[in-house]
Design a protein around this ligand. Structure first.
Ligand code: SAH
Length: 341
């Protein structure tokens, strides 16, 4: 199906994914408020504009008060989840992050999702005890040699996968995913990536097209071989649909990267291909443009209110509803029973 270009066959794929989505997770679309807390990063990921060696990015780190204000704004907009995302910022110490998580839980009752890269199991357990219940950590690619090539001085794919298992053992709802069209990624690689979603029994699956960033080693790479997966919206819709079919109870967002490469209909078509989540950006406007993992992010200039209004209009036109409650993955309920919050 990844190679398929036959419109009628693809329509059948999207229809099957959409039916499965409706039957398993329903018509509700959950909004998660994204706060990009720091763009400092010690890592050297070849695709990412926040890599340590990129000196052209203006670095920022939100204060705890900034982040709490974002959490209150998320609650004021009627959302029930905050996602704290960031680079691997060595100055973010485990104890103060735990304090922040506790404070957010006490002040707002929001579900706290973390997306802060790799940390020790002890730190991850501390944050879970403090009240964070979901963790997003993409494995990026299941091809070990590509993984190693693009993640210098990192621990390697097996250790990233082990960390996903540790997150699960700690009790987190676990999200992961890959880049679509990473240079060197073949159709066979991407097929294996998708099978991995089921092997890992993921609760959340986030996929987006690779968007070249000019200030990174992969800034200028194009499509080099016929086996190279294109990094475009069409391929991403296919991956969303296949993710829904292979791991039906997962929460699957329409990612900002997908909305960026297809600002017109990316959100709508993603929702019709199996997705049920969106993550509007609540990072303060003074810093939002600096969280430039890739250039041209669609939400970089949109106000929070306008973004949410547009998203809700699209939902309404599709006959979909805004999710109520915390929107735990049904997968998680099957695994642990009850609600997390
Ligand atoms: N430091 C955290 C968060 C990373 S940002 C972590 O390691 O998990 C979230 C995701 O952005 C990454 O997992 C990666 O898949 C994606 N990303 C990074 N650079 C990108 C690019 N150039 N184009 C598209 N997505 C990118």
């Amino acid at each position: 199906m990844l190679r398929c270009e036959d419109a009628a066959r693809l329509d059948r794929l999207y229809l099957a994914a959409d039916r499965t989505r409706r039957a398993v997770v329903g018509d509700a679309v959950f909004f998660r408020g994204l706060v990009e807390i720091s763009n400092y990063c010690v890592r050297g990921c070849h695709y990412c504009g926040l890599r340590a060696a990129n000196h052209r990015v203006r670095r920022y780190r939100l204060t705890q008060d900034d982040i709490l204000a974002c959490a209150r704004a998320i609650k004021a907009h009627g959302l029930t989840t905050v996602v704290l995302q960031g680079g691997e910022d060595p100055t973010i110490d485990a104890a103060s992050m735990a304090g922040l998580i506790r404070e957010i839980r006490e002040q707002t009752g929001l579900t706290v999702t973390l997306s802060l890269g790799e940390h020790s199991p002890e730190t991850l357990a501390l944050w879970h005890q403090a009240g964070a219940t979901r963790y997003l950590l993409r494995f990026e690619t299941s091809n070990p040699s590509l993984y190693e090539q693009y993640h210098p001085r990192a621990a390697g794919l097996p250790s990233r996968l082990e960390l996903l298992q540790q997150l699960r053992d700690i009790g987190y709802e676990v999200g992961s995913g890959v880049l679509v069209g990473l240079p060197g990624q073949t159709y066979a690689d991407l097929g294996r990536d998708i099978q991995f979603f089921a092997t890992l029994d993921l609760d959340m699956i986030g996929v987006g097209p690779f968007v070249p960033h000019p200030d990174t080693p992969l800034g200028k790479s194009g499509r080099v071989s016929p086996e190279q997966v294109p990094a475009d919206a069409s391929m991403t819709f296919k991956v969303i649909a296949l993710a829904r079919l292979i791991q039906p109870a997962a929460n699957v967002p329409v990612t900002t990267a997908l909305r960026t490469v297809d600002p017109e209909v990316g959100f709508k078509r993603g929702l019709c291909a199996g997705a049920n989540v969106v993550m509007p950006n609540f990072t303060p406007e003074h810093s939002r443009g600096d969280y430039a993992i890739y250039p041209g992010k669609v939400t970089a200039t949109l106000s929070v209110a306008d973004n949410i209004r547009n998203l809700k209009n699209t939902l309404a036109a599709l006959g979909r509803t805004v999710g109520e409650g915390h929107g735990d993955s049904p997968n998680r309920r099957r695994r642990w029973g009850g609600s997390t919050t």
